[in-house]
Ligand binder design. Structure first.
Ligand code: NAP
Ligand code: F7E
Length: 343
């Protein structure tokens, strides 16, 4: 039997960190989770949901604190580091550009630097984002496309992405990146639109609220299941040569269409009336407006997402996503029903 490798996951309390930890544990690895602040039941809910909290060793790690990164890496001696930690909300990045850049940009470089200077042959994964494409230039976007981000979050992720390439070229550091399009799950943060929709619409179904508001209903995103991504991300670090990989489904769906899918999963008959700020989603059975538009949720800049070209991940990693958008929505809705229904 192979000796288990030590896997350090930053951002382990987040969506991707939790699923990656689960995947690594299933493969028999030693999993160390980097966390900022104290562990509490409120903060470990994703790991608790997966039933893996007690199998993880936790170590203090704050991307804003270089000493904590150095200590986490020196004391646990990881073979692999998955850097998922970041201020991950594009919307919040408009209000917190400096904190976003410090954690997601400089914080990532601190990880690369410690991996480089540790003397161990550490392999690193960096979570890049489709937000680095920004304004659309090509019809389909691949690892070779032009990067033109326009949001503080996208610019931060591009800095870290280019730094990963610089570490590869300048020092031979084994850093791979995933240019990740949107990926969701029941473990998604409630501030992201998919989880907000499945959670709020389930509350409407259960009579807990009358309705809820969204921002840009025309925004289109490429939504996948986070579980499909962590298997590809894991396989990236098994490659001898580090590289960049786009992960996505290759299909774009609007926010409005996502609401429709969630409504179908909940057996709510929804029809849309009006346009712009006056558009409303009406429950045909009750005649009530259950979805309204609130410009408070509009963004100062909301770049259209490009179509993704995922051929490289398919070819090199043999990656085949297992989940459809419909099955993702069904799973999210079932999760909400279980959480919110009276016992
Ligand atoms: P998430 O659920 O928001 O998790 C991010 C984690 O980062 C949280 O656990 C958070 O810790 C931690 N974190 C934030 N600032 C930190 C700091 N200064 N030091 C240490 N930890 C810090 O995000 P996710 O959806 O799992 O995404 C994982 C990564 O992929 C992120 O880097 C994100 O930007 C990137 N990404 C995600 C998507 C997507 O669709 N999900 C797409 C493209 C790229 P707390 O629990 O303490 O807040
Ligand atoms: O917004 C629109 C909003 O916040 C999706 C992160 O994981 O993916 C994610 O970033 C779209 C946007 O995700 C609401 O304007 C409408 O066009 O769920 P989101 P995001 O901004 O795409 C990228 C690839 C990442 O890298 C990020 O880490 O939905 N939208 N109404 C809304 N969005 C939110 N949050 N809330 C609304 O009420």
């Amino acid at each position: 039997m192979k000796t288990p490798r030590t896997v350090l996951i930053t951002g382990i309390l987040g969506q991707d960190g939790s699923y990656l930890a689960d995947h690594a544990l299933r493969l028999g690895q030693r999993v160390v989770g980097g966390i900022r602040g104290e562990l509490s039941a409120e903060r470990s809910w994703r790991l608790d949901h997966l039933g893996i909290t007690r199998h993880i060793e936790f170590v203090p790690l704050d991307l804003l604190n270089a000493a904590s990164i150095d200590h986490a890496i020196e004391s646990t001696r990881p073979d692999l580091i998955f850097n998922f930690a970041a201020q991950s909300s594009v919307g919040d990045s408009f209000n917190t550009p400096i904190a976003t850049a410090e954690a997601g940009g400089i914080g990532a470089v601190r990880i690369f630097e410690k991996a480089r200077t540790s003397g161990n042959k550490i392999r690193v994964f960096q979570a890049s984002s489709s937000e680095i494409f920004g304004d659309i230039t090509d019809s389909q976007h691949s690892e070779e496309s032009f990067f033109n981000p326009k949001t503080p979050y996208g610019a931060t992720k591009l800095f870290a992405h280019i730094m990963a390439e610089a570490y590869r070229a300048s020092y031979g550091t084994h850093v791979s990146t995933g240019i990740l399009f949107n990926h969701e799950s029941p473990l998604r943060g409630i501030n992201f639109v998919t989880r907000k929709i499945t959670n709020s619409l389930t509350k409407v179904k259960l009579g807990l609220i009358e309705g809820f508001s969204l921002g840009n209903l025309d925004a289109r995103r490429d939504w996948s299941h986070a579980k499909d991504f962590v298997t590809a991300i894991w396989d990236m670090l098994a490659l001898d040569t580090p590289d960049n990989f786009v992960l996505a489904s290759g299909k774009l769906t609007s926010v409005r269409e996502f609401v429709d899918l969630a409504a179908q999963a909940l057996d709510i008959e929804l029809s849309w009336e009006g346009s712009g700020q006056h558009e409303r989603g009406i429950d045909r059975r009750t005649g009530r407006a259950v979805v309204t538009v609130n410009p408070e949720f509009y963004r100062p800049y909301d770049p259209a997402q490009p179509l993704a070209d995922i051929r490289k991940a398919q070819r090199v990693l043999g990656w085949q996503p297992q989940h459809s958008l419909q099955s993702l929505v069904d799973e999210m809705v079932q999760f909400e029903l279980k959480q919110l229904s009276p016992q």
